[in-house]
Write a new protein. Structure first.
Length: 199
């Protein structure tokens, strides 16, 4: 008779399973992440993961959800440390880059193109939305302070796209280490110049 698992036991195993999935994804890609391989990685029977997750997509969705929530929390904490709109903007930008380069496996999995239908995973949708909101919150402050002019949501997406593009280029080896930061600084300065209020 299997032992009854406490909530803490379940949460701990789910976390370990998600960590194993993230590691396998980083090493071998999404197709290599199978329930059997995850079980072997954790030293449990092939059926054990099914007690905690429906299938591989369910596990990867949980990993992405955790990633987006950690990402959003990192940016929110950076925002809260800023003294004014410019300082908040700089803090959020640096926190973004630090997260991506300190947790490259998490970052790659969060934005992997081979993802199941996100609407099947409401927690993932909510976490992703939280992250998107952090990318327009600091811009809203810049617009309200008169530093930039335009729609904060659209401007936030512009900065996000530029930052994400540079990060990915460095993560896949198309930019040398450290060049993403330089490119982000130059690109964001160019975008900001074009969005300054006209006198």
């Amino acid at each position: 008779m299997p032992r009854v698992l406490s909530e803490s036991d379940v949460a701990d195993f789910r976390d370990r399973l998600c960590e194993a999935a993230e590691k396998l994804f980083a090493e071998k890609g999404p197709d290599a992440v199978t329930m059997r391989q995850l079980a072997a990685e954790l030293g449990v029977s092939p059926m054990t993961p099914y007690r905690y997750f429906k299938d591989k997509d369910d596990i990867l969705a949980a990993v992405r959800t955790n990633g987006f929530n950690r990402f959003a929390q990192t940016l929110e904490e950076a925002y809260d440390r800023g003294r004014d709109a410019r300082a908040r903007s700089a803090a959020v930008g640096e926190a973004y880059l630090a997260f991506a380069f300190e947790r490259p496996n998490t970052y790659k999995l969060m934005f992997d193109l081979n993802q199941p239908n996100a609407t099947d995973y409401p927690d993932l949708v909510q976490a992703s939305q939280r992250a998107r909101e952090t990318m327009s919150l600091y811009v809203r402050g810049l617009v309200e302070a008169g530093v930039l002019e335009g729609d904060p949501e659209q401007i936030g997406r512009m900065f996000w796209a530029a930052t994400h593009g540079a990060v990915v280029l460095e993560l896949v080896g198309k930019l040398a280490p450290g060049q993403a930061r330089q490119l982000v600084a130059a690109t964001n300065s160019a975008i900001a110049r074009g969005l300054r209020p006209h006198s």
